[in-house]
Ligand binder design. Structure first.
Ligand SMILES: Cc1cn([C@H]2C[C@H](O)[C@@H](COP(=O)(O)OP(=O)(O)OP(=O)(O)O)O2)c(=O)[nH]c1=O
Length: 191
């Protein structure tokens, strides 16, 4: 049995599109960023903590957890606290390159595979008016870095290098490969 330890509708959608049968169980951990650690370590540790939390409730299942963090100029951006925080984040990202890290943890019993995937994203120069209008759509509020590349936030992005789905919140191609090692297969694929 596969359990997705995530409330994120984007992650659920990516698993649905791949044709997996799974159940959602949400972890209750507090997502605290540790500024003294690298972005990659933060992302993978948060994903591992989410998986460990759900493992306590489902000790026999294969558990998939993920965490997405945005890094720029050596600092980390999680989800914005409010609209002015979203404006601050988007102003910081404007006209620059940043990195999106998604940490993934797949766990069954003592068998654990955990890693971080990085995608570089380059933003256009954004006017104050453009940032304000985007924040007013409400889209930034539940997203790391205050944007969603898969939504209206697409207009902010000049280009990216790496896995697009990693930015959305789950590097699905690698996840599919690692899940095979746990005997979990996508729709249409046999063991
Ligand atoms: C950068 C970016 C982030 N995001 C999202 C992915 C994640 O859902 C969210 C980062 O928060 P996360 O803490 O990774 O995930 P979550 O809180 O939504 O769900 P859970 O903790 O239950 O797993 O930001 C996008 O949807 N698009 C983007 O372009």
């Amino acid at each position: 049995m596969l359990i997705l330890a995530s409330a994120s509708s984007r992650r659920q959608q990516l698993l649905n599109e791949s044709g997996y049968a799974y159940t959602v169980a949400i972890s209750n951990i507090e997502e605290k960023i540790n500024d003294e650690q690298t972005p990659a370590d933060n992302a993978v540790q948060l994903a591992t903590a989410k998986a460990a939390d759900v493992y306590n409730r489902y000790p026999d299942a294969v558990i998939l957890a993920a965490d997405t963090i945005v890094a720029i100029d050596g600092g980390l951006l999680g989800k914005p606290m409010d609209e002015s925080d979203a404006v601050r984040m988007l102003t910081h990202l404007s006209g620059k390159k940043h990195e999106v890290y998604t940490g993934v943890c797949i766990k069954q019993g003592t068998k654990t595979r955990a890693w971080t995937e990085k995608t570089n994203v380059y933003f256009h120069h954004l006017s104050e008016q453009c940032i304000q209008a985007y924040v007013e759509t409400g889209e930034p509020m539940d997203k790391a870095g205050a944007y969603g590349i898969q939504g209206k936030g697409a207009r902010l992005v000049e280009r990216f290098a790496g896995d697009y789905y990693n930015v959305v919140g789950l590097p699905i191609a690698k996840v599919v490969r690692v899940l095979r090692d746990f005997q979990i297969y996508p729709g249409g694929e046999r063991s």
